[in-house]
Write a protein that binds this ligand. Structure first.
Ligand SMILES: Nc1ncnc2c1ncn2[C@@H]1O[C@H](COP(=O)(O)OP(=O)(O)OP(=O)(O)O)[C@@H](O)[C@H]1O
Ligand SMILES: [Mg+2]
Length: 342
């Protein structure tokens, strides 16, 4: 199977100072790399989870895929077509197949529009193709488990879970092949979170949609994703099949994230691994391994030499000089002297 989405060495930058300001202050390169050398792919119908602390670049990846932010370097192929080489018209056509669920459930729904207008807005933007909007609204609302009469409500009249469902309905309007869901469960009660996740999983199964899910919530990742990636300072430091990564995180940062998220499964997160210190600034990236300033296992080489990517079994990769071994919580100093890849 060829991937639906194939991203290679993507870099996305934000300007940090205007031309004039940069000149006056003598800033040679007034940009930060919010996403740096990121590569991943998503098969049709597959779910990839993206995790990482606030500011690690997760939403920037979403913005770049949606065309809301320029891609400075790298290639992005969707459905076999290189997005960066398409003309505006073909690009718009391809992007109809990528739908977005935004980070803020109620805030991202325009308060003055009814639910019906909201879920059918994609048709008004991209062309109705002779569709009856009342019928479409009813169809979409039913698909996400709401009744058609929700169409006459306004966003402030919706509960958090209902607002999420409307967001999903809207995302599904144009029959996307990929849905990008940014924090789909943020701000929801645990029981409502489960409802929204079940809805996503169910739609994926029924419609064969691929999902890129961005979340701080590791239990979301564990329960609905096939693969996952951990981001730190705009880079992927680990990615692989979700089960493999949960079973044995190889990067200390992933291990720390996993252990900070209590999971009901007693085999997971038995030991809490604390990471101390502040996230470094993107304007002043640490030398060597960029995680070295916070890594509980740091050694000299980590401070100066950037680790290479190691790939195991063709699909689990990580960027660490001293990847965690199979028995992660035992004394790691014994028998672990090699560089990346053991
Ligand atoms: N418009 C912008 N201009 C300059 N820097 C930006 C801009 N938007 C984001 N950034 C910076 O880019 C980095 C990545 O931001 P991004 O929103 O992708 O993070 P995130 O992983 O989605 O975080 P969160 O979990 O808080 O949503 C951050 O350091 C952020 O400050
Ligand atoms: Mg974000």
């Amino acid at each position: 199977m060829s991937p639906l989405l194939d991203v290679a060495n993507m870099r996305v930058r934000y300007r940090t100072a205007g031309r004039f300001e940069a000149k006056v202050k003598g800033i040679g390169d007034p940009f930060i790399d919010a996403v740096c050398d990121v590569s991943f792919s998503i098969e049709p119908g597959q779910t990839l989870g993206l995790v990482g602390e606030s500011g690690s670049g997760k939403s920037t990846i979403a913005r770049a895929l949606l065309g809301l932010k320029d891609i400075a370097e790298g290639s992005v192929r969707f459905d076999g077509r290189d997005l960066r080489s398409l003309d505006a018209r073909s690009l718009a056509e391809v992007r109809r197949s990528i739908a977005m669920m935004w980070q803020d459930p109620v805030g991202s729904l325009s308060p003055r529009l009814t639910v019906k207008s909201l879920v059918t807005e994609p048709f008004r933007i991209h062309g109705r193709d002779g569709r009856d909007l009342d019928e479409e609204a009813a169809r979409l609302l039913t698909m996400v488990g709401l009744t058609p009469d929700f169409g006459s409500r306004y966003p402030h009249q919706l509960s958090g879970g209902q607002a999420r469902r409307v967001g999903v309905a809207r995302a599904l309007a144009l029959d996307p092949k990929l849905v990008v869901a940014d924090e789909p469960t943020a701000g929801l009660d645990v029981s409502v979170q489960a409802e929204v996740l079940n809805l996503l999983a169910d739609l994926q199964k029924r419609l064969g949609i691929a999902i890129l899910v961005i979340t701080h919530n590791l239990s979301v990742v564990r329960h609905i994703t096939d693969r996952m990636a951990t981001m730190y300072l705009g880079r992927f430091v680990e990615q692989g099949p979700t089960q493999a990564v949960f079973g044995q995180p190889r990067h200390p940062y992933t291990e720390a994230l996993l252990s900070a998220n209590p999971d009901p499964d007693p085999d997971v997160a038995k030991h809490r691994v604390e990471i101390s210190g502040e996230v470094p600034s993107l304007m002043d990236r640490p030398s060597g391994c960029e995680f070295h300033t916070r890594c509980p296992h740091v050694r000299d080489i980590c401070r100066t030499v950037r680790p290479m990517v190691t790939t195991e079994g063709g699909e689990h990769s990580f960027t660490c000089h001293f990847p965690l071994s199979r028995a992660p919580h035992e004394d790691r100093s014994a028998g672990r002297t090699g560089q990346s890849g053991e």
